[in-house]
Ligand binder design. Structure first.
Ligand code: ZN
Ligand code: ZN
Length: 199
């Protein structure tokens, strides 16, 4: 029993120290446990470099597991950004693009002050360009569906007409494996070179 007691207190200690690390700067915030201190710090730093001191002090980035298909959201005048945790398993550029998209909203609102601005108007577009995502689209949905459609590439063998589907485009020359094996002893032949089919 004594050993058990010691083990428990050790676990408790670890748990507490882990909590302490997770909740560092924004412990007073309502959803402190969901606040991402790293992304918040990045936004604060970025705003500072754009000479936006108040936004730099107040911007908060958090994860909201209740979000369905929305990738990110920006709250004004809270100066808060919410991100969908479904972004986490995606390639990191999706998270950064979403974060910059939302931060651009806050920057545009901050600069506009009391003036009215369109959510994805010229002020937001300018902020996007400053954050390195010029020509950003106004969508807030997760990229799954759009991506899946965009990345569909079909290739056809001119000999047997078998088609091949690829997520990414084929960069080097590729021939139909079945035909090369059947008619050319498995070696590459131009005659069986796959032809890209227009979507
Ligand atoms: Zn937007
Ligand atoms: Zn073939």
């Amino acid at each position: 029993m004594a050993r058990m007691g010691r083990l428990m207190s050790q676990l408790e200690f670890r748990w507490l120290s882990w909590l302490r690390v997770q909740t560092t700067p924004a412990a007073h915030q309502e959803h402190a446990d969901k606040t991402d201190s790293k992304l918040t710090a990045w936004c604060a730093e970025t705003c500072k470099s754009l000479n936006m001191q108040e936004l730099s002090r107040r911007v908060r980035v958090s994860w909201n597991a209740r979000m369905q298909t929305t990738a990110g959201r920006a709250w004004w005048p809270d100066r808060a950004i919410e991100l969908n945790p479904k972004l986490k398993p995606l390639p990191p550029e999706e998270l950064w693009r979403t974060l910059k998209h939302e931060l651009a909203h806050l920057i545009a609102y901050e600069r506009a002050g009391r003036r009215h601005t369109e959510p994805h108007g010229p002020e937001w577009q300018a902020a996007c360009a400053e954050l390195g995502i010029p020509g950003e689209h106004p969508y807030h949905t997760l990229p799954f569906k759009r991506r899946r459609m965009k990345r569909n590439y079909t290739y056809v063998c001119p000999n047997c007409l078998t088609s091949l589907h690829r997520v990414k485009p084929i960069r080097r020359m590729v021939a139909c494996y079945a035909c090369c094996r059947k008619f050319n002893n498995g070696a590459y032949h131009d005659r069986f070179r796959l032809i890209a089919k227009k979507p």
